[in-house]
Design a protein around this ligand. Structure first.
Ligand SMILES: [Zn+2]
Length: 305
């Protein structure tokens, strides 16, 4: 299964980019890098930039995080072009996509626990057990999985270059969880398509998720998307900057200097005079000067200490 990722995905229609944070915490500097890179790539391609709140997982959400994310983006001058999309309002679209995949015989129910999967295969990647041994009808708690048919996915990332993912890393992944919540990959594939997204710029930690998204794009015959994965911001302990690792929320005090620092880390060479500019002037100049090819594969050591 090699999706026909075409370099023309962005050139046959207007560039539409997006930022899609989950409201599991406030934005931190790592999220700003992704938002800024995505914003500048869209604007420098005369495109539009959309905001989607990926609020699929209520138990993990922090009350008030959505509105804080929105106000922080506004404070940094990263303004989106259309109405904000909330995944929590789009469940019927995910149900339709699941039905389409089921009609293609590409789904199956599974009632394996994580423990059972690990006990069988020695790792956390799903082994296809329930595809062969059907879930008993008496089972009440089961998820729906996508049948990858153990195909591989290969694509060219705009920053990271040629990528591929195979079984077991690309195993039959979950589409709808046993607690009836929708899984990330299905929701994102459906929403990106319906929002007309042509290009995604985001953190490298989602590289494997992109492979799964591409598998769904191919299965549902959706429009291809160009992916660009920026390096992951790591703390001095080598952990991803995240709320779980106690990354501090973005300060809304030194807006211009924070944007300037982000631009430098993204390999751009902003004029130091911009440190005296206001955020809109800085973003305007950064858009004119933006060059995605300058984004490094890795940030310098201790960039986030
Ligand atoms: Zn199973």
């Amino acid at each position: 299964m090699v999706p026909s990722r075409s370099a023309t995905a962005g050139s046959t229609s207007m560039y539409i980019g997006r930022f899609a944070p989950s409201p599991t915490g406030e934005l931190h500097f790592g999220s700003l890098l992704a938002a800024l890179a995505s914003y500048l790539d869209a604007k420098s391609n005369a495109g539009i930039w959309l905001l989607r709140i990926d609020d699929l997982d209520p138990p993990r959400e922090i009350p008030g995080a959505s509105s804080k994310i929105i106000s922080t983006l506004e404070t940094f001058g990263l303004l989106w072009d259309r109405e904000i999309v909330y995944q929590s309002q789009r469940y019927s679209h995910y149900q339709e996509a699941l039905a389409r995949l089921s009609a293609l015989a590409l789904t199956y129910p599974c009632n394996c626990s994580r423990k059972a999967i690990k006990a069988r295969s020695g790792h956390s990647h799903y082994d296809g057990h329930c595809l062969i041994h059907k879930v008993p009808h008496c089972s009440t708690k089961y998820c729906w999985r996508f049948n990858t048919q153990r195909h591989s996915i290969s694509w060219t990332d705009g920053i990271q270059g040629l990528q591929s993912l195979h079984y077991p890393q690309l195993a039959d992944f979950i589409l709808k969880r046993s607690d009836h919540l929708w899984a990330y990959q299905l929701a994102v594939a459906v929403d990106d398509q319906q929002m007309g997204i042509t290009d995604i710029v985001r953190g490298n930690d989602l590289l494997e998720e992109s492979a799964k998204q591409l598998a769904l794009i191919a299965a549902l015959n959706l429009q291809p998307i160009n992916f660009n994965h920026i390096p992951l911001a790591l703390n001095p302990q080598g952990q991803k900057l995240s709320k779980q690792n106690l990354a501090p929320a973005l300060s809304t005090q030194k807006i211009t200097s924070t944007l300037f620092r982000a631009l430098c880390l993204l390999g751009q060479t902003p004029d130091k005079a911009l440190l005296q500019a206001d955020k809109s002037e800085l973003l305007k100049q950064a858009t004119l000067d933006w060059n995605v090819n300058r984004i490094p594969l890795k940030y310098p050591d201790n960039s986030f200490s």
